[in-house]
Design a protein around this ligand. Structure first.
Ligand SMILES: Cc1cc2nc3c(=O)[nH]c(=O)nc-3n(C[C@H](O)[C@H](O)[C@H](O)COP(=O)(O)OP(=O)(O)OC[C@H]3O[C@@H](n4cnc5c(N)ncnc54)[C@H](O)[C@@H]3O)c2cc1C
Length: 382
């Protein structure tokens, strides 16, 4: 049985960002994928600071100076900025860039699926892949929504009914206004979810939706595909002129729209990225948060002994996931509210000025901002 100081399960943005920054320890990163970053599950839209912070400019497909909120009743609100604010990335390219930057002390093993975990007194002792067994002092769950290690440590956290399923088409040769990223809301268009058109060039885009669908399996896929077709054939979509021949790829997966995991660690295991639901409860934006949490954990372990690293990282989680706590509220609202109420809420939110709207989109709202929203809410009836 091979032994490492640290084993990371998952070579997505969170696990690879950790591997880029961790120093002086022997590290093994394990991923079940044959080719890392393939198949793509993500729309990979992000903000300028992700590119600067993590030097990912080479993975950019397209940049836009603004975005629009579009409702199923025809309401459109535009937000335009002086400089580009939103970017689409080539997800696979980003993963390749991150993999190249892994520290020399890090090994990577893939495809290798973690299948069994041995526990000792509540701590993880070893893990078993389809071929080998590995031991480590410390484990990191960066396995996204699979939560391979977390499932054994805190099974109650994994609540399927809070997961949002996403599906999108990557399309080319279409007519679209590539100045904007478009977000669509409304029960007539997409109940319990939202749709998007994110440009990847002047005539190409990712067209998709995220929708609450309990359960897994075939039926879910059919429902998602039907919903996406409904969106594409609706009269609100802003990209036109395409049929099945324009579809280059399908992307899909689960967005962990869960309440963030409160504990950053369980005994000898830290949980980062989507595995800890560190993605935005508003729009499922998770790449920025996963990259950050991987880096922050590495910094904590480079700088402090384990006990202090736990305190440091827990503080990071507490400070950075406050907004995500509102998730159950949003979810309940979108589940039970009639269409007029949903449209009213979205319109009230989109009445913010450009700066505040960008803060909202980036999940930087505080409780005081929500109080202001409640105050203005009745005056914004559609
Ligand atoms: C449809 C959709 C659209 C999205 N759009 C956006 C967007 O526009 N912008 C944005 O910022 N975010 C978006 N996201 C979210 C974003 O993709 C995630 O937040 C991000 O990928 C999370 O990174 P991660 O490293 O935590 O997990 P992941 O990217 O999920 O990586 C986890 C890795 O763990 C591996 N793994 C899982 N189980 C095992 C196992 N048993 N053994 C070994 N390896 C395992 C997987 O193969 C995977 O490589 C979207 C998600 C979906 C589903």
């Amino acid at each position: 049985m091979e032994k490492y100081d640290i084993i990371v399960v998952g070579a997505g943005p969170a696990g690879l960002s950790f591997a880029e920054h961790i120093e002086d320890k022997s590290v093994l990163v394990i991923d079940r994928k044959k080719e890392l970053g393939v198949p793509i599950k993500s729309s990979a839209a992000t903000f300028a600071d992700t590119l600067i912070d993590f030097e990912l400019k080479d993975a950019v497909c397209h940049s836009s100076r603004g975005f629009r909120v579009i409702l199923d009743n025809g309401y459109i609100k535009e937000f335009l900025y002086e400089k580009p604010v939103l970017y689409t990335l080539d997800f696979t390219k980003m993963i390749r860039i991150l993999k190249k930057r892994m520290q020399k002390n890090c090994d990577i093993l893939h495809p290798a699926s973690v299948e069994r975990i041995s526990m000792d007194n509540g701590s993880i002792k070893s893990i078993e892949t389809n071929e080998n067994n590995f031991k480590a002092d410390l484990f990191i769950d960066a396995s996204g929504e699979s939560r391979v290690l977390l499932k054994h440590l805190n099974s109650s956290y994994y609540r399927k009914q809070w997961l949002i399923h996403g599906l999108e088409y990557e399309v080319s040769k279409i007519d679209l206004n590539s100045t904007y990223f478009d977000f669509f809301f409304g029960n007539n268009l997409i109940p319990e979810g939202y749709c998007w058109v994110f440009p990847t060039g002047n005539t190409s885009a990712r067209i998709g939706l995220g929708k609450l669908i309990p359960g897994r399996g075939g039926l879910r896929k059919i429902k998602l595909k039907d919903a996406l077709q409904k969106f594409i054939s609706s009269n609100v979509i802003t990209a036109e002129n395409f049929d099945n021949n324009n579809i280059l790829e399908y992307h899909g997966g689960i967005m962990t729209y869960n309440k963030p995991l409160k504990n950053a660690y369980f005994k000898n295991c830290f949980v980062i990225g989507d595995a800890a639901s560190q993605s935005s409860c508003l729009l499922g934006e998770g790449i920025r948060h996963s990259l950050r949490s991987g880096r922050e954990l590495a910094i904590a372990l480079n700088s402090f002994d384990l006990d202090f690293a736990k305190i440091y990282f827990q503080r990071y989680i507490d400070n950075n996931t406050k907004f995500f706590e509102y998730f159950p509220l949003f979810l309940q609202y979108f589940k039970i509210a009639p269409n007029w109420a949903i449209l009213t809420l979205v319109k009230a939110l989109s009445d913010y000025d450009n700066t505040n709207m960008l803060r909202l989109l980036r999940s930087e709202f505080k409780s005081s901002d929500f109080m202001k929203l409640l105050y203005t809410f009745p005056r914004n009836m559609i």
